[in-house]
Design a protein around this ligand. Structure first.
Ligand SMILES: Nc1ncnc2c1ncn2[C@@H]1O[C@H](COP(=O)(O)OP(=O)(O)OP(=O)(O)O)[C@@H](O)[C@H]1O
Length: 369
């Protein structure tokens, strides 16, 4: 090998040695930095607990002041989720009545881990309800998220849901009878009070900087406290809307009988006016105790719920629309007429002609005062 070839080989070998050395140095430096740079796989809120395991990013939009309650405490409080303590059975899981360590009685909703929807429900409730504060919106007191279990803890509503006061729901959950204060027909004034509470809750949601559309206003989503104050519950379908747009496009959501006519016409935009319509239907249900998704017999003919209401009002038969278990002596004819007038305004076929909830609140106050 001549001298020049030897020089080339030497230069190449030293180049590789130096490059290898640099690579090793860089790798060592990276390995040293790794522990401080790595992002945690799960995110926690304020007080991480050993059993706390949210999906990455799940907690990002929750109110940090919400209490994390351990599964161990819930198991003790519910006697291992005993069937004796069941007070409700919703589409996302069972609801239990229990007393926590701090002696506060609560309603515990254990979402069904098999249902994917259960996870969505958890997120939706935490992201919307978890941040709201209004006397007519049910409060979340805490939550538990461990493994696949998702549990929501609410303030306990002594008088259960409104539908239990309007319809025979005894077959739903027999045990609930022992857990809730006994029921008797609601007096007329109480019904108007319940309506006012729902209206004030909805006016609050719709009046937020980023308004919230509930999208599933119905009797089973209204809970009653000991004073018959209404609390809007179940925000699993709720949507926040950007105020720069009057609506958000979405899939049709809600419950048959309460859904506005624009949904039938294929207009799937979610607007606050859909809530106004559902509330109008609920007002008629509260007075008549008829179920909105069942046909009604009017003068020997079967008609739809809203058609029945409109025809009865046209014929000036408002008092007849009120369920027979309400004493006629309680009723003031003008107030009853005004009540159904408001209900029909809210259920106007044209969504733009429906009143805002703040307006409905004023109109209702005229009856209740
Ligand atoms: N905070 C609470 N206080 C008292 N009872 C409650 C509370 N939350 C729920 N319940 C009871 O549990 C029942 C089931 O509630 P849940 O919200 O799971 O379902 P739902 O609204 O009745 O039905 P769906 O989920 O199909 O809309 C209610 O009807 C009510 O009787």
């Amino acid at each position: 090998m001549d001298n020049s070839l030897q020089a080339v080989v030497a230069a190449t070998v030293s180049f590789f040695v130096v490059t290898l050395l640099f690579a090793v140095i860089i790798m060592v430096c990276k390995a040293k930095k790794k522990p401080t740079q790595r992002r945690p796989q799960t995110r926690t809120i304020s007080k991480p607990k050993s059993n706390f395991e949210l999906i990455s990013g799940e907690s990002a939009t929750f109110d940090p002041s919400l209490n994390q309650i351990s599964m161990a405490e819930l198991v003790i409080a519910t006697n291992n989720f005993s069937t004796d303590l069941i007070i409700g059975d919703g589409s996302f899981g069972l609801v239990y009545k229990a007393k926590l360590n701090n002696q506060v009685t609560v309603a515990i909703k254990k979402l069904d881990p098999d249902a994917f929807q259960g996870f969505r429900e958890f997120r939706a409730e935490m992201e919307t309800l978890g941040k709201l504060r209004h006397k007519n919106v049910v409060k979340i007191l805490g939550y538990c998220a461990t493994g696949l279990d998702r549990v929501l803890i609410y303030e306990f509503m002594e008088r259960g849901s409104l539908d239990q006061w309007l319809h025979d729901t005894s077959s739903d959950v027999e045990a609930s009878k022992q857990q809730l204060v006994s029921r008797s027909p609601l007096p007329w004034d109480t019904r108007v009070k319940v309506c006012s509470g729902i209206v004030d809750g909805l006016a609050y949601l719709h009046g937020l900087d980023t308004p919230i559309i509930h999208r599933d206003i119905k009797a089973s989503n209204v809970l009653l406290d000991i004073e018959f104050e209404a609390h809007i519950a179940d925000f699993g379908l709720a949507r926040r809307i950007d105020t720069s747009h009057s609506h958000v496009s979405t899939q049709v959501a809600g419950t048959m009988g309460y859904m506005p006519p624009e949904y039938r016409e294929g207009n799937t935009a979610a607007t606050v006016m859909a809530d106004v319509y559902s509330f109008g239907i609920l007002m008629i249900e509260i007075a008549s105790q008829k179920r909105p998704n069942w046909p009604v017999v009017l003068d020997g003919e079967e008609v739809g719920f809203i058609e029945w209401a409109r025809k009865m009002v046209e014929q000036n038969r408002q008092i007849e629309m009120i369920h027979s278990n309400i004493s006629r002596e309680e009723l003031i004819a003008d107030n009853v007429k005004q009540y159904f007038k408001i209900a029909l305004l809210c259920t106007n076929e044209n969504s733009r002609s429906r009143p805002a909830m703040s307006e409905v609140s004023q109109l209702l106050k005229q009856i209740s005062s």
